[in-house]
Design a protein around this ligand. Structure first.
Ligand code: RB5
Length: 149
């Protein structure tokens, strides 16, 4: 699995902690910015990572802004992206098992590095349950298709 990793300035430090965590676990990732000391718009970096997933260059994305909210709003504009802000081990687990999250969004100003690492680990390891949850995510795909008409 290859992860598209991106942040704005408010998420930069937590993104660096997540990058080190992924590296330590041997998870392949591509850091799509931003760099240190920049002040940027989360929209640009969230869109860059979402496009990498939509294009198939990466399998999933992890996006960090101040709250995880702006990144989720942006990423969810892209067809096929199910971006989920997670703030606890439980939300990380159900974002995968129920929502088949392919884009984890985190808050650099709301999460400690320890909690963020726990969230990332669970999000990476938890499988989608399918069944009734697949029926529900299928309905989301139907809505996406409807919006293309
Ligand atoms: C940047 O100051 C902040 O607005 C941004 O990181 C994010 O929290 C938006 O949702």
């Amino acid at each position: 699995m290859k992860i598209a990793l991106a942040s704005d300035h408010a998420g930069y430090e937590l993104k660096a902690a997540v990058a080190a965590f992924l590296r330590g676990r041997g998870v392949l990732f591509e850091d799509l910015g931003c760099g240190p000391g920049e002040s940027v718009d989360y929209v640009d970096y969230g869109a860059r990572a979402a496009r990498a997933v939509v294009a198939g260059a990466c399998d999933r994305a992890i996006l960090v802004c101040g709250t995880g909210i702006g990144m989720a709003v942006v990423a969810n504009k892209f067809r096929g992206i199910r971006a989920t802000p997670c703030w606890s081990e439980f939300t990380a687990e159900v974002s995968r098992s129920h929502n088949d999250s392919n884009c984890l969004t985190l808050g650099g100003r709301t999460l400690s590095p320890d909690l963020a690492r726990a969230i990332v680990r669970i999000w990476l390891e938890t499988p989608f349950e399918g069944g009734r949850h697949a029926r529900r995510t299928g309905k989301i795909s139907d809505i996406e298709a409807e919006n293309l008409k």
